[in-house]
Design a binder for this molecule. Structure first.
Ligand code: UDP
Length: 315
């Protein structure tokens, strides 16, 4: 049983991580400024004696009440959807830099394990396919996505500096596109957009010609991978994602098939710097963590569609 600080714990991924940690007997201190995370995401944990939510911006302050020892610090604090980080460019840069530094200092002070939630975005628009961890990426440092990509690259550099200079026990996960319950219906990501549109009978908005690819991991698998890394002493970086690669046009048709929706497809302009393809090589995760995803796209989408159908009925 450990005491774990989860920064960004009221977000999509963070709240699922809090769930698994509490379930297995850990004590969780969730830090979140509720900018993209929500109280609803952790409402079911409120009142649990091993869970507390502290509303705070980790870019400004990381202070814990009491002197209890912290065993692990997980840094999932950041806007993650392209529209969310485009709307909050300076907050995104601040949380990747100053927020990460404060959380690393906390881990250092407690001799705690530090898990950095990095991203496949560090590979930019990749020239190496599928992406292996040794690939250094093709990122536009001034493009519209740079506030996120460079913040995460900087966070990785900070994490490694803390490891090399002060011996902090760190692990870096590179998270690929993840979907599942608690995705925000309005945050613009492809799976939530397509499901909401299909359930409303509205056209599914495919950007560009839809030939760009992503590889989608169901949230339960993603969290199992993050926990495996947290519980190990692997530094990484380690890709945590599902290598089942699909074009966005195929995904749109698949969502129509699984929902049984009569919606059409509407093609819209491709955002600037939208990566043309993305797929993780997970050889390292399989070998070092004994982890691989188990839930296929149909099952994951069915579970996510159930969630959205239920939430939308309540609106
Ligand atoms: N996309 C799309 N329609 C949408 C939302 C996204 O075709 O309504 C595309 C987007 O252009 C990108 C992919 O789906 O190629 C994944 O987008 P998302 O914003 O989910 O995540 P990203 O991987 O780009 O960070």
């Amino acid at each position: 049983m450990s005491r774990v600080v989860v920064a960004g714990g009221a977000g999509f991924l963070g709240s699922h991580l809090c769930d698994r940690l509490v379930e297995r007997g850990d004590t969780v201190v969730c830090l979140d400024d509720l900018s993209t995370g929500t109280r609803e995401n952790v409402a079911h944990l409120q009142g649990h004696d091993r869970f507390s939510l502290v509303v705070t911006d980790v870019s400004e302050k990381v202070e814990l009440e009491g002197a209890s020892k912290v065993d692990a610090v997980c840094n999932l604090a950041s806007p993650a959807s392209p529209s969310a980080y485009a709307a909050r460019p300076f907050d995104t840069l601040a949380v990747g830099s100053e927020g990460t530094r404060r959380l690393l200092e906390l881990a250092r002070a407690h001799g705690a394990r530090f898990l950095m939630a990095s991203t496949s975005e560090v590979y930019g628009d990749p020239e190496v396919h599928p992406q292996v961890e040794s690939y250094r990426g093709n990122v536009d440092p001034t493009g519209p996505r740079s506030v996120y990509d460079e913040a995460k690259r900087f966070a990785e550099a900070l994490t490694m500096a803390m490891h090399r200079t002060h011996g902090v026990n760190v692990g870096i996960a590179r998270i690929f596109n993840t979907y599942g319950p608690r995705l925000s219906p309005g945050d613009g990501r492809v799976v939530s957009n397509f499901i909401v549109q299909a359930l409303r009978g509205e056209p599914l908005t495919v950007y560009g010609d839809g030939s760009q690819t992503r590889s989608l991991c169901f949230v339960d698998d993603e969290i199992a991978g993050l926990l495996a890394l947290l519980d190990s002493s692997i530094v990484g970086p380690v890709n945590i994602g599902n290598p089942d690669e699909r074009s966005m046009l195929d995904l749109a048709h698949f969502v129509l098939d699984v929902t049984g929706s009569p919606s059409d497809i509407a093609f819209e302009p491709l955002p600037t710097d939208d990566p043309t393809r993305r797929c993780p090589d997970i050889t390292l995760a399989r070998k070092e963590l004994g982890w691989e995803p188990k839930i296929d796209l149909r099952e994951g989408l069915e579970r996510t569609i159930d969630y959205f159908a239920h939430t939308m009925r309540g609106q």
